[in-house]
Design a protein around this ligand. Structure first.
Ligand SMILES: CC(C)(COP(=O)(O)OP(=O)(O)OC[C@H]1O[C@@H](n2cnc3c(N)ncnc32)[C@H](O)[C@@H]1OP(=O)(O)O)[C@@H](O)C(=O)NCCC(=O)NCCS
Length: 173
């Protein structure tokens, strides 16, 4: 897999789970705390857990970025139909990048862009989907600048909306 400078990309494995949990504790609070502190805590407690990663690693492709042997970023790709969540607003299936998280100490080094490109290269169809939490302006702008467009917003009435974005990888408008 590609290597440049001190950053190496490689597939994620079960051995990475402790590093994934630690990454979540470093990146989730500063990202979502200012939007909704309860939601940020819920993410840590319910979604960035060893049990969830164990299941996710069986169903989804995980990619990690390492710097000096430390995991500094995580991305993953899977199918909507393989998720443990329900998506009643969706007909059919979607290939989804569920996570793209770079440790705050390593933002702006091109790691997110490299992981996204690697994820895109693994998409089997001609479009990639993702969810951004409403209010995560930095990520929203990052994706807009890399060819994603907002498609829909999903609200549960309690937590911030999920903004679904899509990128056409097929070269057709
Ligand atoms: C969004 C995110 C994945 C981007 O990863 P990254 O490695 O910082 O991105 P890159 O270095 O490849 O690109 C930097 C881009 O982000 C912008 N950026 C955002 N925060 C930045 C920061 N702290 N330092 C430098 N650039 C930053 C830059 O403007 C640049 O945009 P441009 O190249 O279009 O001008 C990363 O900031 C992140 O993990 N954020 C917190 C978690 C999150 O919101 N994840 C997305 C969930 S949907």
């Amino acid at each position: 897999m590609a290597e440049a400078g001190a950053i190496t990309l490689r597939p994620g494995t079960l051995d990475d789970i402790p590093a994934f949990v630690a990454l979540g504790r470093a990146v989730v609070p500063p990202t979502y705390g200012p939007i909704d502190a309860d939601y940020a805590q819920r993410m840590i407690d319910e979604w960035w857990t060893p049990a969830v990663f164990t299941t996710s690693l069986q169903r989804n492709t995980h990619l990690v970025a390492e710097a000096d042997g430390e995991v500094v970023a995580l991305a993953n790709l899977g199918r909507l139909s393989q998720s443990y969540r329900d998506f009643p607003h969706v007909t059919g299936d979607r290939e989804v990048m569920w996570k793209l998280y770079v440790h705050p100490a390593h933002h702006g080094r091109g790691i997110g862009s490299r992981l996204l490109a690697e994820v895109e290269s693994r998409v089997e169809g001609d479009e990639l989907w993702l969810e951004v939490v409403d209010g995560n302006r930095q990520a929203y702008d990052f994706y807009r600048a890399r060819g994603f467009s907002e498609v829909e917003r999903v609200s549960d009435g309690r937590y911030p909306d999920d903004v679904w974005m899509r990128k056409d990888l097929g070269g057709q408008p």
